[in-house]
Design a protein around this ligand. Structure first.
Ligand code: ATP
Ligand code: MG
Length: 335
């Protein structure tokens, strides 16, 4: 087996990928794929936990997410890209892990709590949604991943996985499961264009990697800035102002960005000037991604082929871990 450390990450095919995905996780995946053995999962089963009523939408977005991967430079010849629901070892591992974690513990996962609130579920939360952190533990451990590049909303999920690993290894006196570590980028959570803490497909506040020039222009022009910055002469807030967060994330000319920040804070710099510079910055960043995406989109069959090939590899790998898990539990009986 290779000496390289293993990475597992993924995205829910609930829509196309956006700038938040890029800074939170995709950039690291592109960078790390040559030095690590990387598995990239399109988490369709997890997406169904809150989209059971629209499986068609999830199905359609598998291709969209795959195109986004290829467009940013995740190379299917180097990374293994696969479809979660086609790997049956994953739900089986989930079943065994669920017995190691209490219901009370699940209820206190801060990311899940926030999402339940945002989705307005109250007590009527789908059981599958409630336990998705455990299915993530199955995804991560099935590939023996030690590195998981994610946005900071995923920190509780990695902590939960570490708990599962420790509990399993202790209980069954084994070392088959590997403890993962989250790798968090410097911008751990990109805010939405509306100023909300997280850019998210579900919150309708995202700039997508595939957005057209017109759409990006409209979104940037309408972006939330400092609501207290009413007149150009007024001093403005840089901290927590998404326009500057985006510049930090995507701008190349750091000196110019620092100068703009200082000017904005002092007063005398209008929002429209900063937005114009941000627009240029984003268009320059997104143009090659959009072009590459359009190229790959011409041959969707080939893209799906990458996924099927990757899925075969992933299936074998997860199957292997599952048999080690069953053996560790002493339920490796054959009939
Ligand atoms: P959904 O609303 O369907 O949950 P999402 O936009 O939250 O979609 P996910 O597929 O849940 O996207 O997240 C995939 C990965 O991208 C995770 O590692 C997550 O941390 C990261 N990510 C998503 N949004 C952001 C963001 N705004 N900033 C940083 N990382 C993000
Ligand atoms: Mg999410």
């Amino acid at each position: 087996m290779s000496e390289k450390k293993i990475i597992l990450t993924g995205d829910r095919p609930t829509g196309k990928l956006h700038l938040g995905h890029y800074v939170g996780s995709l950039a690291a995946r592109v960078k790390l794929q040559d030095t690590h053995q990387q598995f990239v999962m399109i988490a369709d089963a997890q997406a169904l936990t809150d989209h059971a009523h629209e499986p068609q939408k999830i199905r359609e977005n598998i291709l969209e997410v795959a195109l986004d991967y290829l467009a940013v430079g995740i190379d299917p010849k180097v990374s293994t890209i696969f479809i979660q629901s086609l790997v049956p070892a994953l739900p089986e591992l989930t079943m065994y892990y669920l017995n190691l974690i209490t219901w009370n513990r699940l209820k206190h996962n801060p990311t899940v709590k926030l999402e339940i609130q945002q989705k307005g579920y109250g007590e009527e939360v789908p059981a599958g949604f409630m336990i998705y952190p455990i299915s993530q533990a199955a995804d991560i451990t099935a590939f023996k991943a030690s590195v998981v590049p994610v946005g900071d909303d995923q920190i509780p999920m990695i902590e939960q996985t570490v708990e599962v690993v420790r509990k399993f290894n202790r209980l069954y006196k084994t070392d088959v499961l590997i403890e993962p570590k989250a790798v968090i980028s410097t911008i751990a959570r990109l805010p939405g264009v509306d100023g909300k803490a997280k850019m998210s497909k579900s919150l309708n506040n995202a700039i997508y990697l595939s957005d057209s020039v017109d759409v990006i222009t409209k979104k940037v022009k309408g972006m939330y800035t400092d609501p207290g910055h009413l007149k150009v002469e007024d001093p403005g807030k840089v901290e927590g102002n998404p326009v500057f967060t985006y510049l930090d994330a995507f701008g190349q000319d750091k000196a110019k960005i620092e100068e703009l920040k200082a000017h904005y804070a002092r007063g005398g710099l209008g929002d429209s000037v900063v937005k114009k510079y941000l627009l240029e910055t984003l268009l320059a960043f997104l143009e090659p991604i959009r072009k590459k995406r359009e190229e790959f989109a011409k041959d969707p069959k080939e893209v799906m082929n990458y996924l099927f090939k990757g899925t075969e590899v992933a299936k074998r790998r997860a199957e292997q871990t599952l048999s080690e898990v069953r053996a560790a539990m002493g339920i490796d009986y054959k009939i």
